[in-house]
Design a protein around this ligand. Structure first.
Ligand code: ZN
Length: 91
């Protein structure tokens, strides 16, 4: 069982999407991390889990849950994850 970083409910990991933070690139003023979906669960590094649902994504963003869950500080870019959960593709 894993906890969704959006709605905080627990669910089997098969129902949740794994996400990872990639980057650490700086835009001059802040460090930017991209949160990427990892549907095949193959990415190295620390992951977090979220329902593949725009509602959960919005909750996670509002609570800045990604930075906490992924242990990164800086700007979190969820653009690609947002596209993924808005228009899911078959893994
Ligand atoms: Zn959720």
């Amino acid at each position: 069982m894993r906890t969704c970083v959006g709605c905080r409910s627990r669910a089997p990991s098969s129902e949740l999407l794994r996400v990872v933070a990639v980057g650490g690139a700086t835009d001059g003023t802040a460090t930017v991390y991209r949160v990427l979906p990892d549907p095949k669960r193959r990415q190295q590094g620390r992951g977090a889990h979220i329902h593949p649902d725009p509602t959960c994504l919005a909750q996670a963003e509002r609570r800045r849950a990604f930075g906490r869950a992924l242990r990164v500080t800086g700007v979190i870019d969820t653009g690609e994850l947002s596209e993924f959960v808005t228009a899911p593709v078959t893994a």
